[in-house]
Design a protein around this ligand. Structure first.
Ligand code: NAD
Length: 328
């Protein structure tokens, strides 16, 4: 098959070429998919897209006109694809349901520890030959209560790690997982209780109609003063303006983000020579207790290899005219 890759980073090319081994013809573009960039896919059989590519109805109509029959997502999340429209247009869509939940879970905990122990600030200080410890006091994770929202593949691993630290775990999910109750003494509760009792809150639910902006003024009001909030799931789970208001009063004491609701205009690109136009992220960047990474939680060698393997498998299935188990 001929496949056009949108939004590719340097690290994608090698791993996909290695996995495809000349079975498919791959062309890598660094531009994002949107209605204006569809023309670049003309002549291809399939496109491969990532989390910030726009596969809305308008884009899909144009892709269909351009003769694209298949879309492979090199991600687990698919909130950027209008699946109903794709079905209507007879465009098949497949994703990588699991590539390394460990990668995302470990990055989540890295954000917690870096924020708690103020590692970024400490490192900057030491490089400036300032060896003072003032302002660097952290807290013991042991004995703290962590509230985990979403106990799927990633949430479960976060729970396992935090249980290892000696945290008490509260969890919320639309369906409880009996195994983690048993193994890690997880207590499933409603969201109100989780907000009220947690020292750390970490989000691992998909972005859906009913999870959009679940962290907002009213949910933040229920939280402990000085709470740590971590989001490595999807940016729009959090109302960023409400979070900024809570950072200003100290209600939120620590904020770790790997995702941001307006990330598609910024993340994965070098904007260091540009004038920042996004006033919301610009305000976030003024807080010392905010740590932001640009959607890199998935980025480990293991995850990249697994993503490439499953994506090529999805394409192989379609080439042989069989359904992939990863179709949406
Ligand atoms: P998963 O499907 O295994 O788990 C999601 C869990 O959320 C499930 O247990 C499900 O029951 C629960 N859920 C669904 N609706 C809910 C609701 N309304 N309220 C509470 N819980 C609800 O998914 P996963 O692999 O654990 O991934 C979780 C999320 O992480 C993905 O949806 C994706 O957005 C995000 N993600 C981020 C990165 C990154 O690099 N930052 C990488 C992969 C995934």
């Amino acid at each position: 098959m001929n496949i056009i890759f949108y939004s590719t980073n340097k690290f994608d090319k090698g791993v996909f070429e290695e996995e495809s081994k000349d079975k498919h013809k791959l062309k890598f573009l660094d531009v994002q998919l949107n209605p204006e960039t569809v023309f670049m896919a003309k002549g291809a059989d399939a496109i491969c897209i990532f989390v910030n590519d726009d596969a809305s109805a308008a884009t899909l109509e144009k892709l269909s006109e351009a003769g694209i029959k298949y879309i492979v997502l090199r991600s687990a999340g698919y909130n950027n694809v209008d699946l109903k429209k794709a079905k209507e247009l007879n465009i098949k869509v497949a994703r990588v349901p699991a590539y390394s939940p460990y990668a995302v879970a470990e990055h989540t905990v890295a954000l917690m520890l870096a924020l708690n122990r103020k590692l970024i600030r400490a490192n900057t200080r030491v490089h400036d030959l300032n060896f003072s410890l003032d302002g660097l006091t952290g807290f013991d994770m042991n004995g703290k209560t962590a509230g985990v929202i979403g106990t799927g593949q990633i949430g479960q691993i976060v729970i396992k790690i935090l249980h290892g630290f000696g945290c008490n775990i509260l969890a919320y999910d639309v369906k409880a997982n009996a195994e983690i109750i048993q193994k890690y003494n997880v207590v499933y509760t409603d969201l109100n209780m989780l907000y009220q009792q947690s020292d750390i809150i970490t989000l691992h639910t998909p972005l859906l109609q009913d999870t959009r902006y679940m962290i907002n003024k009213s949910s933040i009001e229920k939280m402990k003063s000085g709470v740590m909030l971590i989001n490595t799931s999807r940016g729009a789970l959090v109302n960023t303006k409400d979070v900024i208001a809570a950072l200003k009063t100290g209600k939120i004491g620590y904020l770790g983000l790997d995702v941001y609701e307006e990330e598609s205009k910024l993340f994965f690109k070098d904007h260091s020579d540009d004038i920042l136009q996004d006033d919301v992220i610009s305000r976030l960047l003024t807080f010392k207790n905010v740590l932001i990474t640009s959607h890199q939680a998935f980025l480990t060698e293991t995850a990249l290899k697994n993503i490439a393997e499953t994506t090529v498998f999805n394409l192989d299935c379609w080439e042989k005219n069989i359904a992939s188990p990863n179709e949406l």
